[in-house]
Design a protein around this ligand. Structure first.
Ligand code: DGL
Length: 276
């Protein structure tokens, strides 16, 4: 094939490639990214995170709705996005209806996997580990009411754990004592722990070490990846040729540990998100 032909083939491919937009407040959505890429290798991804308003677990309702809708719409209006994954339980348990009103492409949310945990628990006692906002959401209460008829739930809402997950991804050591204190109400009390925040799978091995092997830890990542794969069946070609892109709402230093970590995962350097 001539260089020119090759070039025009690549150009045509670029024009056809549609991205999956994965959105979170910080690095938590990368746990969902890993599941999606494992299931759909070659799918082009745009990762967008709202670090200017992080952490989301302590924001007022109206602020959260306007941040998530603003940033997701800004990226969708400047890029060819096939589907949006709101890879944040704190946002999904509140914002999905507002976002669906504004966008006509599929939107997949991430919410705590309370249903499978309640069905599988032998002790009939499960733990929910999430942000302070998610454990208080009416949406979460509805899930509990619907699926926990014969089962007790113990909830921990922790921003500290979100911060620990961010630090770990940037190479900082995890403070096991602090983690143990946060998890104390679960130890020997539950046999299933639901990770109801996308940041927490990044700490799964440390959490498992503390709660012991008799406790099973589950999250929603795989189920979300399956849903994305189902919805993308009709979608366009895979994009092995192109690096994934990442956008942040606040500036991140080019040489930061985060940029290096993202580069190992197949992303180009963090770019500033379009204004919203
Ligand atoms: N990763 C997010 C979640 O799943 C939110 C963490 C935060 O910003 O507080 O809930």
């Amino acid at each position: 094939m001539h260089l020119n032909e090759k070039q025009s083939l690549i150009t045509r491919e670029i024009m056809k490639v549609k991205s999956v937009l994965i959105f979170d407040s910080g690095v938590g959505g990368l746990s969902v990214y890993k599941e999606i890429i494992q299931l759909i290798p070659g799918q082009h991804v745009i990762y967008a995170f709202d670090n200017a308003a992080f952490p989301y677990g302590e924001l007022e309702y109206d602020v959260l709705i306007s941040r998530v809708c603003g940033m997701v719409l800004a990226v969708c209006s400047t890029h060819d996005v096939a589907l949006v994954v709101v890879a944040c339980n704190t946002a999904s348990t509140l914002v999905l209806p507002y976002l669906r009103e504004k966008l006509s492409i599929p939107i997949v949310g991430v919410v705590p996997a309370i249903k499978p945990a309640a069905a599988l628990s032998q002790m009939k006692k499960i733990g929910l580990l999430a942000t302070p906002a998610t454990v208080q959401r009416p949406y979460t209460y509805q899930l509990v009411k619907k699926f926990m008829r014969d089962c007790d739930i113990n909830m921990i809402g922790s921003t500290e754990l979100v911060l620990m997950s961010e630090s770990k991804l940037c190479g900082k050591p995890v403070d096991k004592r602090k983690l143990q204190n946060i998890l104390a109400p679960f130890i020997n009390q539950v046999d299933y722990i639901v990770l109801g925040c996308t940041h927490f799978p990044l700490l799964k091995s440390e959490i498992q070490e503390i709660v012991g092997d008799s406790c099973t830890i589950i999250d929603s990542g795989k189920a979300v990846a399956c849903r994305v794969a189902e919805l993308l069946i009709e979608e366009s070609p895979r994009a092995f040729l192109y690096k994934h892109r990442v956008f942040s709402s606040a500036l991140v230093n080019k040489d930061s540990a985060l940029n290096q970590e993202l580069s190992h995962m197949g992303f180009s350097s963090i770019e500033r998100a379009p204004p919203f």
